[in-house]
Structure formats: structure tokens, C-alpha cells
Design a protein around this ligand. Structure first.
Ligand code: 5GP
Length: 221
């Protein structure tokens, strides 16, 4: 048998708000919850109604966040819209060494900092299908004021221009298609020669000699 020993891939996914990245990521995890792991970020932002502490984020105060920065707890961190967000270093290498893919759902500056530390990370940018659809999705949430929607739209509009900094771009027109594209990217990256640590050929020399001498293979295609 010929096996390829691969490390897990570090997958960085970014998107402007309203592009549907959350749905795509939960679908990716549903399809393979053993081989993929989503890193839980730490943030100083306020808990929203649909947040689950310890699952969507680990919530801390700004002071606690700053202490963690001093303790070198983060792989990367940033201040986004007045709040701190950071990826804990813990577990990332451990998961990658076990062959598990690690997903980071982070914004653009964080993505670029991760690329400096892990140049082999796969960065994917998710785009909404149109600006009209983006506005529709931002309004659909129903929890934000008009000012907040306009602010989010402006930010999203700026972020769309950053797409060229990423390795891949996926338009989220339809969740099923978008997830299939992201999975195709992950699979293709695993076949790259520079991502393979070792080619394991576990056939003994005697077995090879036996195969070469075996008459029954002579006329096979
Ligand atoms: P939200 O407050 O809407 O959950 O997230 C705001 C932005 O922060 C999103 O673009 C999200 O991807 C990003 N974000 C979440 N966690 C992290 C993190 O650990 N690091 C960085 N750089 N960005 C993050």
C-alpha cells in the first residue's frame, strides 16, 4: 500500500459581514467533524443574543485581553471596530500534527498576520453574490438599527477590495455550491507535493519480487 503522510491544513476563512461565512463553516464541520477543527477566538466584544460563550467565542474584558497579549497567548490578534479579537496559540500545532485541519474564521488583518507565521496556510475569501444581496442579508438579521446596517455595509464594501490578498475566492451564491468549492480547495491542497511530509510504501522487498515473478499478472491490463 502507498500512503501519504500529511499534516493538517491551516485554513483561514474571511468574509465581509453578510457573506454567509458562518453557514459555510458550520456545514464544513458537519461534513467532517473528526478531520476538521474550528478554533474558538477570544474577544473583548459584548455577548450578542446568538452567542454561546466558549463556543462562538471566549468572552473576556479588555483588561483580561491585554493581559493575555502580554502573556503571549495569541497567535495573532487585532482590534476590529473597537473590540479585541485573537486566536489562541494553544492546540493549533497539536491539531495540525495529528493531521486535523484547523479552521480560523478571522478578519483580513489577522489573516495576513497568520500568513506571515504559517506561509503554507490556505486563505479563502467568501464573497456575497451581489451588493444587492449583501444589503438584503444585512437587513434580514433584523437585530441591527439602520445606522448599524449602513456601517456594516460600508465596512463590507471596503473589505471586498481586499480579496486579492487571498489564495482563493468563493462566491456564496448558493451554500451547497460554496461549500463544495471550499471542500475542493481543501482536497486539492492536500495533493500538493510540497504539503506531503512522507510517502510511505509498506510493501516488503520479497513481496515486490514475488509480484514481479507472479504469472497471473502477465496479461492483466
Ligand atoms: P463578530 O464580532 O461579528 O463576531 O466578528 C467581527 C470580525 O472579527 C469578523 O470578521 C470575524 O471573522 C473577526 N474575528 C473573529 N475572531 C477573530 C480572531 O481571533 N482574530 C481576528 N483577527 N479576527 C477575528
Amino acid at each position: 500500500m502507498i500512503k501519504l503522510k500529511e499534516k493538517g491544513s491551516l485554513i483561514v476563512i474571511s468574509a465581509p459581514s453578510g457573506a454567509g461565512k458562518g453557514t459555510i463553516i458550520s456545514e464544513l464541520l458537519k461534513r467532517d467533524n473528526k478531520g476538521r477543527w474550528l478554533s474558538v477566538s477570544t474577544t473583548s466584544r459584548k455577548i450578542r443574543t446568538n452567542d454561546i460563550p466558549g463556543v462562538t467565542y471566549n468572552f473576556v474584558t479588555e483588561e483580561e485581553f491585554k493581559t493575555k497579549i502580554k502573556e503571549d497567548y495569541f497567535l495573532e490578534y487585532t482590534n476590529y471596530s473597537g473590540n479585541y479579537y485573537g486566536t489562541p496559540k494553544e492546540y493549533i500545532n497539536e491539531k495540525l500534527n495529528k493531521g486535523i485541519d484547523v479552521i480560523l474564521e478571522i478578519e483580513i488583518e489577522g489573516a495576513s498576520n497568520v500568513k506571515k507565521i504559517f506561509p503554507e496556510a490556505i486563505s479563502i475569501f467568501i464573497l456575497p453574490p451581489s451588493l444587492k444581496e449583501l444589503v438584503r442579508r444585512l437587513k434580514k438579521r433584523g437585530t441591527d438599527s439602520d445606522e448599524k446596517i449602513i456601517e456594516r455595509f460600508k465596512k463590507a464594501y471596503q473589505e471586498i477590495n481586499e480579496v486579492t490578498k487571498y489564495n482563493y475566492v468563493v462566491v456564496n451564491d448558493n451554500v451547497e455550491d460554496a461549500v463544495s468549492k471550499v471542500e475542493a480547495i481543501i482536497k486539492a491542497e492536500k495533493c500538493r507535493v510540497d504539503k506531503i511530509e512522507e510517502v510511505i510504501i509498506d510493501t516488503k522487498e520479497e513481496e515486490i519480487n514475488q509480484l514481479l515473478m507472479d504469472e497471473k499478472f502477465r496479461n492483466d491490463d
